[in-house]
Design a protein around this ligand. Structure first.
Ligand code: SF4
Length: 67
């Protein structure tokens, strides 16, 4: 679910892989919920709602290095 690109950890699921993003966050010790207006997923815990993700054109990078 992750790939390294120019030293950055990129989520390979894109922006609509809600189940995968939830699974990743459930396994991650670094998860921290972003502020409410930045949360895009309904799931309580999801990389899409994590303050350590940075959106890119097609997906996001994890600034903690992914799981
Ligand atoms: S730190 Fe990275 S892998 Fe962990 S929940 Fe946040 S975005 Fe996902």
């Amino acid at each position: 679910m992750w790939k390294l690109e120019n030293g950055k950890t990129v989520f390979t699921g894109g922006k609509n892989a809600y189940e995968t993003a939830e699974r990743a966050a459930l396994q991650c010790v670094f998860f921290a919920e972003d502020c409410e207006e930045e949360c895009v997923a309904d799931e309580e815990r999801s990389c899409y709602n994590c303050r350590y993700r940075r959106w890119t054109d097609k997906s996001f990078i994890c600034t903690k290095g992914g799981f």
